[in-house]
Design a protein around this ligand. Structure first.
Ligand code: NAD
Ligand code: NAG
Ligand code: NAG
Ligand code: NAG
Ligand code: NAG
Length: 722
């Protein structure tokens, strides 16, 4: 079948089979929808057609509406680009059709795919097909009647669960719930569906129209109770996002006033939400995440990734064992090398604990976990290195040690072997110096814990070959992480940009702002925790070490806050020893510790940031802006220097590396929504009023003056520092 097509074949049994094709997931593109309407009309008017089966090509029904169209609507503001899927197609042409339509589902029916399926008169599915309405994860609600039909098919509570969590169910569960009428093996799917459609036409099977059913919704009183709880849950779990409460309201509209009313209200709310900032942000992140796999001169020059089946890891510490875990659970053989058997056992023990943890939290089945542990082999010498395709070095941060290891592994490994280092701070070029084939040297910056965090920074040097970068990107995908390819410069992308985040929080603290107020405001903005709680979590030792490195490289904008040193002097080390800005007790939430107040007070006096020794008065909004505009400012320098390939990579780095709220689209996207002019003017004001730390970068100034968005491409070669 052609790439983009809707095909109709009428059999001698009088059944018209309509097949949609739009690889890879048969998304409902604008043309697919138009053609589908056309084919259904033809089937209705042909005398030789008694019934219809709707299905998808290539083992899938449909992954849903074409998300590219949402983005186009968001960029142009033109709502007419959205075809009428809901009333015109699903209600008029499918559900209210004069001939029965049965859908045959294989693989998946998600979003609009499931909505169209629910409009059909019966649903036949192959085993293990995915069924779900994930629209809320894109900032919208189902827009083709899903909010009305799903509760009528599976009951209100289950429908709410499915929509609010965006999680699909498998067809077996769908069958139990009443969403699916029969489960049949893939090879019988069409045969059974055709017969089912004929049976409906001959009145041997019920001609069910989902929108008119009421028996699963229960009484208005019961519905009200469920809705009340859901509203509370939505406010708690998903603050700042409008689509959750909007979805609940639309569902309620249908329960009170009937399904068709619900469909009309759904369409109206959908149109409001699709152009909301939340949806723009989430759709941007959706595409930006996929775009990380496009790197100019690496992924567009016809190179093929080489197979990587066996990887050696040197160092079984926290990092090494975390990396090993993420490799073995994804079917890559790992050789773990340590200096002695005691440390080796320790490393293996940590890996086992990691795997057990993943099994306990249901992220891995027991049998997969057991299988994974068979893929790890502990060693004390380099014998096993002769056939590995990649080595990842994760020993302590010591340049001589790393150089020595690199010259050793170059001899022990095959000549094509990739030499990777999980170094956070050491200059990659220094490590590569002792190696003759520097094109094979590359950096991997995992985030701790490595088997949990989704992001991986891949650090290239000027000499790293495109093939090596491509291979590492491929491994990153196999272990289900997101790769960001960056140039080697202090802090790479994530650590560098978010160093300003903590710095600005400390400036505010020294200016007299209550630290718990800062944390709460940042949390309300959408981060899982504020900057001070984060510092507690990662430990003060790390913070002091990073500060040292940054103050050497960026002395003009590194603020040495005395607070950390005072906390350490007072026996505090954050979550590690249970005493930080917060107190940590087992089983309790972190509690702000009043004991830090005098420590902070003393630091304020010492730092002398407060104008005339008085605390400054700053609004809530300005506090959030001071913390985050500082991040934007550094992000601008990273863009100008060409550290990242494109601005959207920094958005993904901020969302998946620092938990910047995804519904705000990432740090650069968010900055463009705010507008560079306001950011520039504010930073300039603060730099004059409070600290040179806020001095706007040249790039930000240029973009603010010219009005060109921060996300627009830079001409890196002319201005690059590297
Ligand atoms: N874990 C973190 O959060 C973190 C933070 C910053 C940096 N890092 C970096 O990660 C790397 C490792 O960190 P970690 O936390 O796992 O350290 P770690 O001290 O827990 O582990 C290092 C391990 O490597 C082993 N080792 C040393 N020399 C070796 C050799 N020649 N051959 C084999 N094994 C050897 C050590 O015995 C030790 O068990 C370092 O580069 C470090 O800078 C980690
Ligand atoms: C909006 O999109 C519709 C459908 O593609 C098109 O006909 C119309 O010209 C567009 N309007 C504007 C203002 O671009
Ligand atoms: C790609 O490589 C070519 C040839 O080496 C070079 O001229 C070009 O600038 C590179 N493009 C990018 C985007 O780096
Ligand atoms: C060895 C390595 O990549 N070092 C990094 C390893 O990962 C830890 C966790 O962030 C990072 O902190 C180190 O930067
Ligand atoms: C070739 C190259 O890009 N080298 C840089 C790597 O990063 C360090 C700083 O971390 C620079 O000093 C090098 O110039």
């Amino acid at each position: 079948m052609a790439e983009l097509e809707v095909k109709m074949e009428v059999g001698s049994d009088g059944v018209a089979v309509i097949t949609i094709s739009n690889p890879p997931v048969n998304a409902f593109a604008v043309l697919i929808i138009a053609w589908l309407k056309e084919k259904i009309e033809q089937a209705m008017s042909r005398n030789d057609v008694k019934a219809i089966v709707l299905t998808g090509n290539n083992g899938k029904f449909s992954g849903g509406f074409d998300i590219n169209v949402f983005q186009k609507v968001q960029q142009t503001g033109n709502l007419s680009l959205l075809p009428d899927l809901s009333v015109d197609l699903v209600v008029n042409k499918i559900e209210d059709a004069k001939k029965p339509i049965v859908v045959a589902i294989e693989g998946l029916a998600l979003g609009a795919g499931l909505e169209v399926a629910m409009g059909c008169h019966a649903r036949i599915a192959a085993p293990k097909s995915q069924l779900g309405l994930p629209e809320l994860s894109l900032g919208i609600i189902p827009g083709a009647g899903g909010t009305q039909r799903l509760p009528r098919l599976v009951g209100l509570q289950k429908a709410l669960d499915m929509m609010l969590t965006s999680k699909p169910i498998v067809s077996e569960e769908g069958y139990k719930l009443g969403l699916i009428d029969a489960i049949v093996p893939p090879q019988d799917l069409l045969k059974v569906s055709r017969q089912w459609a004929l049976d409906i036409a001959n009145n041997c099977k019920p001609w069910a129209r989902s929108l008119h059913r009421v028996e699963k919704i229960g009484s208005l009183y019961e519905a009200n109770e469920i809705i009340k709880v859901s509203r509370e849950q939505a406010k708690q779990t998903w603050p700042n996002m409008p689509q959750y409460l909007a979805c609940i309201d639309v569902i309620m509209e249908g329960i009170v006033h009937g399904g068709y009313h619900g469909v009309l209200k759904e369409a109206k709310v959908f149109n409001d939400l699709v152009v909301s900032d939340t949806s723009k942000g989430l759709v941007h992140v959706f595409f930006a995440q996929r775009a990380t796999s496009k790197v100019p001169n690496v992924t567009d020059i016809g190179l093929k990734p080489r197979a990587i089946k066996k990887i050696a890891i040197i160092g079984g510490g926290l990092m090494g064992s975390g990396i090993a875990t993420s490799l073995i659970i994804n079917n890559i053989n790992v050789v773990l090398k340590e200096v002695n058997s005691e440390y080796l056992l320790k490393g293996i023990k940590m890996i086992k604990a990691n795997v057990r943890g993943l099994v306990a939290s249901k992220k891995l089945t027991k049998s997969r976990g057991d299988k994974a542990l068979l893929m790890i082999k502990g060693v004390l010498d380099y014998t096993e290195f002769k056939d590995v395709e990649m080595v990842i070095e994760a020993v302590i941060e010591n340049i001589e040690l790393k150089q020595k290891i690199f010259s050793e592994i170059e001899k022990a490994c095959p000549p094509h072997c990739i030499l990777a280092t999980n170094t956070s701070t050491i200059d990659l070029n220094l490590i590569g110096q002792k190696v003759t084939s520097q094109d094979r040297v590359i950096g991997t910056h995992f985030f701790s814990p490595a088997h949990v965090m989704p992001l991986l920074e891949i650090i290239r040097t000027e000499k790293t070959s495109p093939q090596v970068i491509l291979d590492l990107m491929t491994v990153t995908k196999i272990i289900k992480k997101i790769p960001i390819v960056v140039k080697n410069y202090t802090g790479f992308a994530v650590t560098r940009v978010f160093f300003s985040y903590k710095q600005s929080a400390h400036v505010l603290l020294l200016l007299g702002v209550d630290l718990f107020r800062i944390d709460n405001l940042i949390k309300n903005f959408g981060f899982p925790m504020g900057p001070f709680q984060l510092e507690d979590l990662t430990g003060y030792g790390v913070a002091v070490a990073v500060r040292k490195i940054f103050s050497d490289v960026f002395p003009d904008r590194t603020v040495i806050s005395p607070v950390l040193d005072h906390l350490i002097k007072n026996g505090r080390n954050g979550k590690n020893n249970g005493k930080g800005y917060y107190v940590y007790e087992k089983g309790n939430k972190p509690k702000p510790d009043p004991m830090v107040v005098p420590i902070v007070e003393e630091s304020r006096k010492l730092a002398n940031f407060m104008p005339h020794g008085k605390r400054v008065l700053i609004t809530d909004q300005e506090i959030v802006e001071m913390v985050l505009f500082a991040v934007v400012n550094e992000a601008c320098r990273v863009l100008e220097e060409g550290i990242v390939v494109k601005a959207s990579d920094l958005d993904i780095a901020s969302v998946f590396g620092m938990s910047f709220p995804s519904y705000r689209g990432g740090i650069v996207f968010w900055a463009d929504v705010i507008g560079s002019k306001h950011i520039y003017t504010s930073l300039k004001k603060w730099s004059e009023k409070y600290s040179n730390f806020y001095k706007p970068s040249r790039f930000l100034e240029q973009r603010a003056m010219s009005g060109v968005p921060l996300s627009a491409p830079t001409n890196t070669r002319s201005k690059a520092r590297l």
